[in-house]
Design a protein around this ligand. Structure first.
Ligand code: NI
Length: 442
C-alpha cells in the first residue's frame, strides 16, 4: 500500500500492485505540476489557511471515487448489481478519470482563461490526448486507446453513462472533495456535511427507465439537504467573497495590461508566458509545452518583476496585488451600472478610471450552470448533451420499493432555494475614489 496523509480523508491509500497505474499517474510530470497550483487561487487573501493545491484535491477525488465504488459493491439486488456492472468493469477508467479531471487547470485559472480565451477543460483534453505528455504515455502503455477513453469520460461523451455520471453530477465525488477540503482549509464553518453517512446511504435505482445513483430516502434526505446547502454557503461566503474577487480583478487587470504591452512590443514576452499573451485558441497544441510550464510561482515571479516596470499602470497594479492593497467594493444590486461607471469615469481623471470594475459572479444553488458549461465539448452532440444535463442536475432519493423522488419534491428547504441564483453585483474601485463613490451612491 502506498499511503498519503490527508487533512480531509486522513489516510489515502492505493495498492502498489493493483492500483499501480494510479500511482504512476500521480508521479507524472503533469500531475506533479498541480502541486504548484493553488486550488482556490487568491482565496488565501481572505482566508490565510487556504493554500491547498489542486494536487491534494485530485488525490482526494480519486480516493473518494474508490470508496464510492467499494460502497456500491455492497449494494444488494440482482437488478441493481446489473446496473452497476458497467462501473465495476471499468473501475480503472473511473479512477483515472477522477484523478485527472482537473489536470488542465492553470495558475489563477479563471483569470488566465479570460486572457487566453481557452478554458481549462480544453487543456485537460490536450494533456490527456497529446502523445508528448507523460500522462498520455502512461495511459497508453497501460492499455492502448485508454487515453481517449479517460478524456471521453471527463468530457462526458463516453458511452458508459453510469461511469460519466459518477464523475460529474449533483452527487459527484469532485464536489464531495472540494466542498470538504475548501471548507476545512479556509477554516469557515460552512461547507461541511457528513461524508461517511453520505457514502453509506448511496444506492442505485431507476428514473424513467435510466439507472441513476441516488440516496436512500429514509436515511439520505437530511444529508442531501445538508450537502446542497453546504454548497450554497460556500459560494456565497467563500468562492464569491468580495476580498477574493478584488484580488482576482487586479490579477485580471495585470494580465490584460501585460498583454497590451507585449502585443504592442513595448514589453518583451517572458518565457512560457507566450501561451497567455501570444497564442490564439486554435494554437493550443503548439503552446501546450508552454502551458505545462506555467504555475503560480512563475506568475508571482513576473508580478514581482513588473512592480519595476516603466509602465505606471502595470507597476501600480502589481504593487497592489503583491502588497494586498486591494480595491474597495460596494454592493450595487439594482443600480444602473452603465450610468454609474460613466459618472465615475467622467468625474475622475486617469489613472483611477483604470482601477474601476464591475463584478457579477453568479451560480444557481441546485440547478447548476457549472455542469452545463462542463458538458459542452467540441465533439458533443447537442441533444445528448441536453439530456445528460437534465439527468444529472437532480439528486434522486429511492424508497424501499425503489420508487424515485427528486430531492426538491421531498424537501421544502431545497424547494425554497432551487433555481435561486447565488448572485452578487459589486462595484470595485480604488480607495482614492471612496468619497466620490459615497457621494454618487448616497
Ligand atoms: Ni475538481
Amino acid at each position: 500500500m502506498k499511503v498519503f496523509r490527508d487533512p480531509v480523508h486522513d489516510i489515502i491509500n492505493f495498492d502498489k500492485v493493483q492500483e499501480n497505474y494510479i500511482l504512476d499517474l500521480i508521479d507524472s510530470k503533469e500531475m506533479q505540476r498541480l502541486r504548484r497550483i493553488r486550488q482556490l487561487g487568491l482565496s488565501s487573501y481572505t482566508y490565510p489557511g487556504a493554500e491547498h493545491s489542486r494536487f491534494a484535491h485530485s488525490l482526494g477525488t480519486a480516493f473518494l471515487m474508490k470508496r464510492v465504488i467499494e460502497r456500491l459493491q455492497r449494494v444488494r439486488g440482482k437488478q441493481e448489481k446489473q446496473w452497476l456492472q458497467e462501473i465495476f468493469d471499468n473501475q480503472d477508467l473511473v479512477l483515472c478519470s477522477a484523478l485527472l479531471h482537473d489536470i488542465g487547470h492553470g495558475p489563477f485559472s479563471h483569470a488566465i482563461e479570460d486572457v487566453m480565451g481557452v478554458k481549462h477543460e480544453v487543456w485537460t483534453m490536450q494533456i490527456i490526448n497529446n502523445p508528448d505528455t507523460e500522462v498520455h504515455e502512461l495511459l497508453e502503455t497501460y492499455k492502448p486507446g485508454f487515453a481517449k477513453e479517460v478524456a471521453d469520460v471527463i468530457a462526458r461523451v463516453h458511452p458508459c453513462e453510469m461511469v460519466v455520471k459518477l464523475l460529474s453530477s449533483q452527487l459527484d465525488v469532485d464536489r464531495f472533495d472540494y466542498l470538504l477540503r475548501d471548507s476545512l482549509m479556509t477554516g469557515v464553518g460552512y461547507g461541511k456535511f457528513d461524508l461517511e453517512w453520505m457514502i453509506n446511504t448511496l444506492t442505485i435505482g431507476q428514473v424513467d427507465g435510466v439507472p441513476e445513483i441516488g440516496l436512500n430516502l429514509d436515511k439520505g434526505l437530511s444529508i442531501a439537504e445538508d450537502f446542497v446547502v453546504a454548497r450554497y454557503y460556500m459560494y456565497k461566503h467563500v468562492y464569491f467573497h468580495k476580498t477574493t474577487r478584488s484580488a482576482e480583478i487586479i490579477t485580471r487587470k495585470i494580465l490584460n495590461r501585460a498583454k497590451e504591452l507585449i502585443i504592442s512590443k513595448e514589453m518583451e514576452c517572458p518565457p512560457y508566458l507566450d501561451v497567455l499573451f501570444l497564442s490564439k485558441p486554435e494554437d493550443k497544441e503548439k503552446f501546450l509545452p508552454s502551458y505545462l510550464e506555467l504555475d503560480d510561482n512563475i506568475l508571482w515571479h513576473w508580478f514581482h518583476q513588473w512592480v519595476n516596470s516603466n509602465d505606471k499602470l502595470l507597476s501600480n497594479l502589481c504593487d497592489k496585488l503583491l502588497n494586498r492593497k486591494l480595491l474597495k467594493s460596494r454592493d450595487i444590486s439594482g443600480i444602473n451600472v452603465v450610468n454609474l461607471i460613466s459618472h465615475l469615469k467622467v468625474l475622475e481623471k486617469p489613472p483611477y478610471g483604470d482601477f474601476i470594475a464591475v463584478d457579477n459572479p453568479s451560480t444557481s444553488s441546485y440547478k447548476d450552470p457549472y455542469i452545463s458549461k462542463r458538458t459542452r465539448s467540441e465533439t458533443d452532440d447537442i441533444e445528448k448533451d441536453k439530456e445528460q444535463r437534465e439527468a444529472t442536475e437532480q439528486i434522486f432519493l429511492f424508497d424501499t420499493s425503489k420508487k424515485h423522488f427528486e430531492l426538491a419534491r421531498k424537501s421544502p428547504i431545497i424547494f425554497a432555494i432551487r433555481d435561486q441564483t447565488i448572485e452578487q453585483q459589486r462595484l470595485y474601485y480604488p480607495v482614492e475614489l471612496q468619497e466620490t463613490v459615497d457621494t454618487l451612491l448616497k
